[in-house]
Ligand binder design. Structure first.
Ligand code: NAD
Length: 499
């Protein structure tokens, strides 16, 4: 529909203003979308607030059934959704299919929660009293998402929010509005009632800011840059909103001297250059033990040069474009920083092609661990190879960045693998696999500048999207005072008899 979706209707921005959605491989304009402002956002929030009470009372298993239908529709339309995603975002088709598959997995996984929404039951310290804990929805949820996973990341937020009985206002990245429209259309078709889910397009500075700071929003679930997340966190603190932040990364692959280098090589190429390095979990550092450095680079540099850039819809393409011109300029500026810092440019380092926002897969070697290119998130196809003298030094280098999302370690030594698992301080750790590849039924998130402690994925997603309610039911018929009662008596009870 390429519009906002408010109160069950597809509508233009109230001003009629639009912005273009551009194919980053061809620079072709694919569609015009509403450029919304605070008035549109307020309408969407009011619609969500009006729908909340009946949705929270709608039985959770029935909410889950709607999601099962949405999962079925996603599965049925997977190929067309993936092709559309490649056109608007650039990632190669196989990865776009994976992105849609992740949304399918999350939708089915969370749909089952409609029949669980597991709470707690505890005994009481007083007789004739029941104690249990339930999950309540929070209210109106703001879901604000980036462009690099146009369906997967929205599904991590919308599905658990909806199954828990919240109503939602969804503000997708302005670079990937079409996948967002398609996801909302599917949820509408599956039976989500009007007002329960609303979609508002527009910029982060105007529509995103208006949504994150709207007084009726109880929870902001945000995935994006650390810079924007910090601002949203500060805004949310002022109004005591719950704010769940999934932010940037500076992830590393550690290659120890005893590693299977061919296996490590495949992991590095996939983690560093998949999605053109535009994943929060992308490997942008390779920390390699001295004796493995030369044999690894001898293989890594030629394999990197062989990667084929191109339109993600073509079967021969390994690496697609960056999302837009500004991103390509930012990546190229970091290459200049690396050269100025004295790192050795082993391959790549330039924009590529006549059309589209392509950038050559790039490797810097002999990078100092504290160099800017080894500390700051570049979010492009650039890796820094950092030598280390030992596993202890490699882990220390890994841990020493402002981010803490994903680490991988390649070793054949089980003792070293477990020591690394103990000492690595990122939220996700892989042994003998690359830094990317989250599964929906496990918690996902990071430490330090990567977030604020929440985990959207697995069981822990429900902790983000629900409020615990502790319930006490006293059926003794008399005043009982916790912590002040005498030894419990059985007086007044039927004597226990043996049948
Ligand atoms: P971004 O922060 O520029 O934008 C993300 C979303 O927030 C967009 O919808 C944008 O319009 C909106 N936004 C921006 N500023 C806002 C503000 N002040 N108030 C409200 N909304 C605002 O990020 P991006 O460029 O779209 O995505 C790339 C970033 O996302 C990278 O840093 C990447 O590491 C991170 N990311 C993190 C994860 C994770 O799970 N940790 C996953 C994917 C991407």
């Amino acid at each position: 529909m390429n519009k906002n979706y408010i109160g069950g209707k597809w509508v233009a921005a109230h001003t009629g203003a639009t912005f273009p959605c551009v194919n980053p491989a061809t620079e072709e304009v694919l569609a015009e979308l509403p450029n919304s402002d605070g008035v549109d956002v307020d309408r969407a929030v009011q619609a969500a607030a009006a729908a909340f009470d009946s949705w929270r009372k709608f039985p959770a298993p029935k909410r889950g059934e709607i999601l099962f239908e949405a999962g079925r529709l996603l599965k049925e339309r997977k190929e067309q959704l993936a092709r559309r995603m490649t056109e608007e975002m650039g990632k190669v088709l196989a990865e776009a299919r994976g992105d849609v598959q992740e949304a399918i997995d999350m939708t089915f996984y969370v749909a089952g929660e409609g029949r669980r929404l597991v709470g707690q039951v505890r005994p009481s310290e007083l007789p004739n009293k029941a104690c249990f804990v339930t999950r309540d929805p929070i209210g109106v949820v703001a879901a604000i998402t980036p462009w690099n996973f146009p369906m997967a990341i929205p599904s991590w937020k919308l599905m658990p929010a909806l199954v828990a009985g919240n109503s939602v206002v969804f503000k997708p990245a302005s670079d990937t509005p079409l996948s967002a429209c398609a996801l909302v259309e599917i949820l509408e078709e599956a039976g989500i009632p009007p007002g329960v889910l609303n979609l508002v397009h527009g910029s982060g500075a105007v529509a995103g800011h208006a949504l994150a700071t709207h007084p009726t929003i109880s929870l902001v679930s945000f995935t994006g840059s650390t810079e924007a997340g910090r601002q949203i966190g500060m805004d949310g603190a002022r109004d005591l909103k719950r704010v769940s932040l999934e932010l940037g990364g500076k992830n590393a692959i550690i290659v120890l001297a005893d590693a299977d280098l061919d296996l490590a090589l495949d992991g590095i190429l996939w983690s560093a250059f998949g999605t053109s390095g535009q994943r929060c979990t992308a490997a942008s550092r390779v920390i390699v033990e001295h004796s493995a450095e030369e044999p690894l680079l001898e293989r890594l540099i030629p394999r990197t040069r062989q990667l084929r850039l191109g339109n993600g819809l073509e079967a021969t393409t390994d690496v697609g474009p960056l999302i837009n011109q500004a991103r390509r300029e930012a990546v190229h500026a970091y290459v200049g920083v690396g050269q100025a810092e004295g790192a050795r440019l082993a391959t790549g380092g330039s924009p590529w092609g006549d059309r589209g926002w392509f950038y050559q897969p790039t490797i810097f070697t002999a990078v100092r661990p504290d160099a800017r290119i080894a500390q700051e998130e570049i979010f492009g196809p650039v890796i820094s190879v950092i030598p280390a003298a030992s596993i202890e030094q490699a882990v220390a280098i890994n841990n020493h960045t402002p981010y803490g999302l994903s680490t991988s370690i390649y070793t054949r030594d089980v003792d070293k693998a477990f020591r690394a698992l103990r000492d690595i301080t990122t939220g996700v750790v892989y042994v003998n696999a690359g830094t990317i590849g989250a599964e929906v039924h496990l918690p996902f998130g990071g430490t330090r500048g990567t977030g604020n402690g929440h985990r959207e994925g697995g069981d822990t997603a429900l902790d983000v999207f629900t409020e615990w309610k502790t319930c006490y039911v006293d059926y003794s018929g008399q005043l009982q005072r916790a912590q002040m009662a005498e030894q419990p008596s059985t007086a007044g009870e039927e004597p226990m008899t043996r049948e």
